[in-house]
Design a protein around this ligand. Structure first.
Ligand SMILES: *Cc1c(COP(=O)(O)O)cnc(C)c1O
Length: 359
């Protein structure tokens, strides 16, 4: 199989995928499960694809230690559609939201269409440079919505908080980076394009008995119950991204599961944060206790601010791509998703050292 020269890919999403996933997907695009057909041209109702769907759901449950009573769905529409589907299905009178950044903000906007929204904690006034403390959560909420990793601002909540109500979480960018206590949540969702698959599929883990209680008619496609009943096969699911997701899940299992991924991820983050903290030129933008292990945001110190563009070009000559910061934060953002090898982080750190030595 022809292999393209790999870059050091730090894009925030869509983002780096494992070679395992890419190679196995290419194989199935040529010949899917010995059918003589491409996975792109086979019926989603075929027994071969049904087996892919079944195995992907089972591996999600196994790797994330999902308890009885929960269903795994693979839907279209991105995490952004979940911002609306969650309150459509689960908000009865009042929901709580933690406002920890841009994505949380977007989720809040949609929830307000369906009922009362209480902002339980927010770091907006401080430009989201830390994860807001979650305390005094009212007991009369239908659910508390959290965004565990803030992909844009680089803050993360690396635990499942103890609160007196059920939780819903957007885990788009930190799923499979730590064990999660799924039993605290009614629903967990995320776009696949960060740690799972190419864009086009969204995973949802939902507690079945949380559904069917909202006091409104829900359009068929936006009703989780439709997809639970039909096993994510009510209509044509995103077949190819689901196939790729299964490959990533198999690769995660081979690597040793979520605890192993956590260890590898924390090691990569430590190497990069140590380099930032030891630098005279670069500085992190996030309070240390809130630092994301996946999206590492940093800027040039004021004395060096005019060198930003030059560093991006310099890094480019080392094969480093995708480190330009989000337009709302500026500077740099290095995303260290599971498929990114430690070696790429070392190349970035070396580039930072060498650039500093030049100036
Ligand atoms: C990327 C991202 C989203 C948006 O996902 P889409 O699939 O593009 O809708 C939402 N939330 C978080 C935390 C993200 O990182």
């Amino acid at each position: 199989m022809c292999k393209v020269m790999k870059k050091h890919n730090f894009y925030a999403g869509p983002s780096i995928m494992s070679q395992y996933t890419i190679d196995h997907t290419i194989e199935a695009i040529r010949d899917f499960a010995g059918t003589g057909l491409s996975v792109m041209e086979v019926s989603h109702r075929s027994k071969e694809f049904q087996a892919v769907m079944d195995e992907a759901q089972a591996l999600m449950k196994e790797l994330l230690d999902v308890p009885e009573g929960y269903e795994v769905l693979f839907l279209g529409g991105g995490a952004s559609l979940q911002f609306c589907m969650v309150p459509y299905n689960l908000l009865k009178t009042k929901a709580g939201y933690v406002d920890s950044g841009t994505w949380a903000h977007k989720a809040i906007k949609e929830a307000k269409l369906f009922g009362d929204v209480e902002i339980v904690a927010s770091s907006e006034a401080d430009h989201y440079v830390y994860y807001p403390e979650i305390k005094n959560v009212p007991t009369d909420l239908d659910y508390l919505h959290i965004t565990t990793n803030n992909t844009i601002f680089g803050t993360e909540l690396r635990e499942d908080p103890d609160v007196p109500v059920r939780m819903v979480a957007d885990m788009s960018s930190d799923i499979f980076t730590r064990p999660v206590d799924v039993s605290k949540y009614d629903l967990i969702y995320g776009g696949a394009q960060k740690n799972l698959a190419p864009a086009g599929v969204t995973f949802v883990i939902v507690k079945a008995d949380a559904l069917g209680k909202a006091p409104r008619e829900i359009p068929t496609m936006l009703n989780y119950e439709t997809h639970v009943k039909k096993g994510s096969m009510f209509n044509t699911p995103p077949v190819l991204p689901i196939y790729s997701a299964l490959q990533t899940l198999k690769w995660y299992k081979q690597l040793g599961g979520v605890k192993k991924l956590q260890q590898l991820g924390e090691e990569k983050a430590r190497v990069l944060y140590d380099a930032i903290d030891g630098s005279k030129m670069f500085v992190g933008t996030v309070k240390p206790e809130s630092r994301s292990i996946t999206n590492v945001c940093f800027v040039m110190k004021p004395d060096y601010a005019e060198l930003e563009k030059e560093f991006l070009d310099f890094a480019g000559t080392r094969g480093i791509v995708g480190i330009k910061g989000h337009r709302s934060v500026g500077g740099f953002r290095a995303s260290l998703y599971n498929a990114l090898p430690l070696e790429s982080v070392q190349v970035l750190v070396q580039a930072m050292h060498d650039f500093e030595a030049k100036h």
